[in-house]
Design a protein around this ligand. Sequence first.
Ligand SMILES: [Zn+2]
Length: 285
Amino acid sequence: MRLQTLTATISALLLLSTAAHANDKSVPLRAQPVADGIAMLMGAGGNIGVSTGEDGTLIIDDQYDYQAEEIAAALERLGAEPPRFVINTHYHGDHTGSNAAFSAAATVLAHDNVRIRMASLGAEAAALPNLTFDDRVTVYVNGETISVVHAARGHTDGDSIVIFNDSNVMHMGDHLFNGSFPYIDLDAGGTVQGYIENLLWALEETDDATRIIPGHGPLASADDIEQTIEVLYATREVVIRGVGDGKSVEQLVAEGLDEEFASWGKGFINEERWIQTLYKDLMMQ
Ligand SMILES: [Zn+2]
């Protein structure tokens, strides 16, 4: 679908109240155009990337299981078919929850460890990715060359960063909580150092015009990746120094971080949890 049509459809629909919800937990999805034929859906859980066009619909991440009907409705409002491809950036339930609802008609693609982790947590067979890869894989759809690249030991051990090479769009999954401290799943192979290295890698893949769909938060640019890297380095430094001075995690939490980081603690991970993450990560080295 061309951008004009997409934008017109979205504008028209923003004026209408959304259809009756199938589930009282479900959250309406707000669509934002990102590039020609590419949109972002924001609602509950991770942001969804959507590619629409002559080959069908590809979505990146699919929020919670109770969002499946909302996602289908949002795609319909965009004039898109039900998904033919679903890419999971990682295994967390707010990014893979609707897999089972779409997998009868869609190929569900993810890193090997996404399937392994979901299976070990007891996910039903229909929810598991049915096409997995190790290092990277390329999807050719809707005139686009889409690189799905493993971002190792970052947010988890099975994350991918997705690059739309022709449209200069990137979906970073939970390697970007735009403007907030990130959740790093240390118990699932995530590390702070790996997370920073993956951000540095992603930054290299961008230019000033790259539009970035973050896992959480508003649409981003390369500047937002850079800012996140700076904040991660600066706050990690505080914890490294404190530990060097013999401080406990309780002391570090009590002392807190500089006021300049206050806005970063207003998301899912507050300042206390971020300091605990940095501390625990350091202790795991
Ligand atoms: Zn996550």
